[in-house]
Structures are given as C-alpha cells and as structure tokens.
Write a protein that binds this ligand. Structure first.
Ligand SMILES: Cc1cc2nc3c(=O)[nH]c(=O)nc-3n(C[C@H](O)[C@H](O)[C@H](O)COP(=O)(O)OP(=O)(O)OC[C@H]3O[C@@H](n4cnc5c(N)ncnc54)[C@H](O)[C@@H]3O)c2cc1C
Length: 385
C-alpha cells in the first residue's frame, strides 16, 4: 500500500550517520523544514568505526562520547623496527554509537523531523521537486522535498538512483573489539607491510580494558591480514566484529539538479587514514549553506547546487587529492621499501618534524615537509617495489 504526503518539505536527508545528522542540524538551525530518514532501528548501530577523531570534531559536536585520548603513535614496520611519534595535541578515542546519537540529538533539538526504521528504496528527481520512497513498518511511504541529501554511506541509494556511479577506491576493513588492555593507553599502534594489511595498514587503538584491533585491505582479504595481526594480541579475546568498507576516493560530481551527496556517500574521506567523520561533517556544513541559499532564492538546480562542490573542494579538495596520490604510491610499496623508509623516518630530525607538523585531518603538510627534508623518500615511493 502507498501512503502519499502532499506537502513538499525543504529537504529530506537520507541517513543519520554523522554527516546526515549534522546536515539536518545545520539546515534546521537556518529555519528549514527537514526530515531525516534512517534505515536502522537504532541510530549509531551497528558500529563500524574505530572512533579516532581530532579535537576539531569534538568542537563541532556537543558530545560526551570520549572514552580515552591518545597523544602518540607507534609505527611498526615489516621488519619489526618501530618509531614513536608524540604530539602535544590530543587525538580523541570515542564511543561512536554514543557520538552518532549526540549528533542526531543536535539535529532533533534544532527542529529536524527524524524517522528511524525508514529504509529509502527509491529517489526520483522531477522538475519542481524530488520524491523519496521509503519502507517503514511494512508500508511504503512517499514524501516530496525541494532537495534530497544522500548521507547514506558507502552503499548510498541516492547515489545509485541519481548518479549511477561509486567511488573507485574502496578499502575493506576488518576490526574487532578485543578484551585486551594495551599497556600504553596514550598511543595507537600502526602496522605497515604485507603481513598485516593489503595496501593499507593495521591498527590497535586503546580504550581502557578494550582495544580496537583492525586492518584494511584494498583487496577483499582483510580478514586474512587481521588474523596475522591479531597474533600480537592473543586469541580468544574477541568480543565483537565490526568491519566495513571505506571509500578513499571522491566522486567527480557530488551534486545533481535536486540533490547533493555528503560524507562516505560521496567518498569524501581522508585517503591515507580512512577517517571520514571530520570530512563528512565539513562536507555537510558546506552543503547546508549552499542548499539554504538555493531554496531561499527559489533556484534549486544543478547550477546553484554546483556551488556545494566548489565549497567542499575549497575546504578539503587539495588535501584529499594530494593524500589520494600518496595513498596510491603507499599501497604499492614492498616490505623492503617500507624498511628502507624506516631508516630515513627514524632519523631524529625527521621524527621531530613529524611530531611538530603532523595533523590527523591535514596530513599533506607533514608528508610534504618530510619529502622536502629527505627527497629520497619520494624516490622510494615512486619506485614502489
Ligand atoms: C572499521 C572502520 C573504522 C573506521 N574508523 C574511523 C575513525 O577512527 N575515524 C574516522 O573519522 N572515521 C573512521 N571510519 C570511517 C567512518 O566510519 C565513516 O567515514 C563515517 O561513518 C562516515 O559518516 P557518514 O555519515 O557519511 O556515513 P555513515 O556513518 O555510513 O552513515 C550512513 C547512514 O545512512 C544509513 N543508511 C544507509 N542506507 C540507507 C537507506 N537506504 N535509507 C535510510 N538510511 C540509510 C545508515 O544506516 C547509516 O546510519 C572507519 C570506518 C570503518 C569501516
């Protein structure tokens, strides 16, 4: 049975992850009529995240989701040599489920309508509106809006329906919650090389008595790498498995006549780390301003919405483009080349440079500085094997 709503809302946001809820919050604060649709019965579940974010994110969102913080990282090379990076700024470890609920709470508090258990199944653009069909409690509901926002993650239905494309580079991640307490609670461990990842990296992130241990792979084999990595932490401690896919390349076009794509749906994710919470929220901030202006001017079309792409690219474009190139080079490095890189990076002056310039959200600064200081790194990256 179909239920039709005659009214046309300003915006329907598909997906209540951080990007979608932040979009709802921003638009509602500007006085718009927003509906957020979330397919799951509970916001924040299932968790598919390590929960590492910069303090910038914690300033954007009113949340108490922090469970720990780290200031350092130990990078373990294939030959088992390691270097330690230590920063003055904190990187926050948070409970992602709690965080997503807090962002959703901000959207509702600002006035967004919110509907869980609402799985969007089709999106159609018309001349003067967009129609969105979703399944809720066994019924099909159809609602209309001036604009639809695809904030529905890696397998975005909005993207499938209106763009017919997907990000070209996708990391499959396999992660567990392990009942393993890391000795150093102020440092993450990062594992490089073919023993522990397929063209990406492995990680262990401390959060008190729990550790998130995971690995990423550009081939569909993350579990195999994880099993090798997990030998470092002891078996029979796994409390839950929570992997997922991470897009690490953005789409060429992130707007249409009556839609925009934000966050993972658009592949707006940091390619070197796979972190997408900060970039997703930034894309939503950019998108909300553009949508609001287009609606207020009565000119929702691909020309007005194209300003969204200009806006997010001016905030993040250069960074994601550069990091994408470095990630491609990085993904083809052999273990031998990683160990050669170790010899350069472990020099005190280089480690000091990384400590000083490293920024989890904008890593290009430190990568460029290190290459300028030790140009042989570029030769290693380009030689790959
Ligand atoms: C193992 C792993 C570890 C990670 N660790 C980190 C980290 O430490 N730090 C970091 O910054 N990033 C991390 N990421 C990436 C981060 O999780 C994503 O970039 C982030 O969740 C993107 O937010 P989003 O709101 O764009 O999409 P999502 O969080 O994927 O939200 C999309 C929402 O849309 C909903 N949805 C999907 N389809 C529909 C539909 N048809 N109808 C209605 N609703 C729908 C989903 O249920 C979901 O709630 C990690 C990812 C993985 C897989």
């Amino acid at each position: 049975m179909n239920f039709y709503e005659d009214s046309v809302r300003d915006v329907i946001v598909v997906g209540a992850g951080p990007s979608g809820s932040y979009m709802g919050y921003s638009l509602s604060k500007m006085g718009h009529d927003v509906l957020i649709l979330e397919e799951h019965r509970e916001v924040g579940k299932p968790v598919e995240c390590t929960g590492l974010v910069s303090e910038r994110v914690m300033k954007l969102v009113n949340t108490k989701a922090e469970t720990n913080y780290v200031t350092g990282a130990s990078i373990i090379f294939p030959g088992r040599s390691s270097i330690h990076i230590e920063k003055t700024e904190k990187t926050i470890v948070m409970d992602r489920d709690h965080f997503d609920k807090d962002v959703a709470g901000m959207a509702i508090g600002a006035g967004s309508d919110f509907s869980i258990n609402s799985r969007v199944i089709s999106v159609k653009e018309h001349e003067d509106h967009v129609s969105v069909k979703y399944r809720k409690d066994g019924r099909i509901v159809e609602e209309n809006a001036s604009v639809v926002v695809g904030a529905d993650g890696i397998n975005s239905v909005v993207r499938k329906e209106l763009y017919g494309t997907r990000p070209s580079r996708i990391v499959s991640a396999y992660q567990v919650d392990s009942a393993y307490s890391m000795e150093d609670q102020r440092s993450v461990e990062v594992y490089l090389g073919s023993g522990t990842s397929g063209g990406f990296f492995g990680w262990a992130t401390p959060s008190g008595d729990l550790t998130k241990i995971g690995t990423g792979s550009l081939f569909p084999t993350a579990r195999k790498f994880f099993e090798r990595l997990n030998r470092n932490f002891g078996s029979n401690r796994i409390l839950g498995i929570n992997g997922g896919a991470i897009p690490i390349s953005y789409l060429k076009r992130t707007y249409s006549n009556r839609s925009i794509l934000v966050g993972d749906a658009a592949g707006i994710v940091k390619p070197l780390s796979g972190g997408g919470i900060y970039t997703g929220i930034v894309s939503s901030k950019c998108g909300a301003g553009v949508i609001s202006r287009a609606i207020e001017n009565g000119s929702v079309n691909s020309k007005s919405l194209s300003l969204y792409q200009k806006s997010w690219r001016s905030e993040l474009g250069k960074e994601l483009w550069f990091d994408g190139i470095i990630q491609k080079l990085f993904s083809s490095l052999s273990d031998r080349t990683f160990d050669r890189l170790y010899r350069v990076i472990s020099r005190p002056e280089i480690t000091e440079l990384i400590n000083r310039k490293g920024d989890i959200d904008y890593p290009s600064k430190v990568v460029l500085s290190v290459i300028l200081r030790s140009p042989e790194i570029l030769a290693y990256l380009l030689a790959g094997k």
